[in-house]
Design a protein around this ligand. Structure first.
Ligand code: 9D3
Length: 253
């Protein structure tokens, strides 16, 4: 997959992508990321990429011309360059379904904004889709672009060392993860659950699924509302709830 990122802070994007899964995806030739700085496409005397908002108010707005010229260069260097995505607080909320859809593309152009945002006419003319990564305030689109690239990289065939990890991600989709343990067996009197030490793989799989369902029920019940449970899952969850409520009655009033 080829991703072109238009950003005033190319080092932010380049540096973080050198590590971990994304770093390996790049070195394995599965992912190629190129950055483009609109500052290099400025003509004016002050190389300005931003200007004051019409109508007044605080902050600055990214100008059309440097971004339009940068996007022209991107589209000349990669043909076809793929969908152009603007990371913005006004975008559609990114989730794993959205990531899976974007991962079908061979090429993407990501636009990371700074200041109060981008002149609306550039968005109307050049942007295909607007995506947000969540309802909180970032200082710019770079971290959002990195989040998107990271999630995409995990879906590229061969990017994860253990091919089962990606499968498990999708298997466990819309459920929270089960708890994980490693050595030692005892940490200040807290022991690893016995079932994980027994080597009964069917029992372990059951326990993990039960924990995943139970924690989702406790912490993110809205995820269960959008996912139907099969008969086996319903029994495991009922079992978890029964045990949880027994524990609660035991410790509480
Ligand atoms: C005062 C109104 N704010 C809009 C909600 C101003 C504003 C906040 C943050 C303008 C730009 C930004 C920069 N944010 C992003 O570029 C961004 C973002 C985010 O802030 N949250 C979640 N997803 C994203 S994607 C890009």
């Amino acid at each position: 997959m080829r991703v072109d990122v238009v950003t005033l802070f190319p080092e932010m994007v380049e540096t973080l992508l050198q590590f971990g899964v994304t770093g390996r995806a790049v070195s394995r030739g599965l992912l190629a990321v190129m950055t483009w700085n609109p500052r290099n496409s400025t003509n004016g005397r002050y190389r300005a990429v931003d200007d004051r908002p019409y109508g007044g108010g605080p902050g600055m707005v990214m100008k059309v011309q440097p971004l339009r010229d940068t996007l022209k260069m991107v589209r000349c260097s990669v043909e076809p360059s793929g969908r152009t995505i603007y990371l913005s607080p006004q975008g559609k909320l990114l989730d794993q379904d959205g990531v899976r859809d974007l991962a079908k593309e061979a090429r993407l152009v990501l636009l990371a904004g700074r200041y109060e945002g981008i002149d609306e006419r550039l968005i109307e003319a050049e942007v295909d889709e607007e995506w947000s990564i969540g309802d909180y305030v970032l200082s710019g689109g770079e971290l959002a672009a990195l989040v998107l690239i990271d999630t995409l990289a995990r879906l590229l065939p061969g990017a994860l060392n253990d091919s089962k990890s990606s499968e498990q991600d999708s298997f466990m989709d819309s459920l929270l993860d089960f708890p994980h343990y490693t050595r030692p067996v005892d940490v200040d009197g807290r022991r690893v659950p016995d079932v994980l030490l027994g080597g009964n793989h069917a029992a372990i799989a059951c326990w993990r699924q039960r924990e995943a369902l139970g924690r989702t029920w406790l912490r993110r019940p809205e995820l269960l509302a959008t996912r139907s449970l099969n008969a086996a899952e319903q029994i495991l969850l009922d079992d978890f709830i029964r045990e949880y409520q027994a524990r609660e009655a035991d410790s509480g009033d």
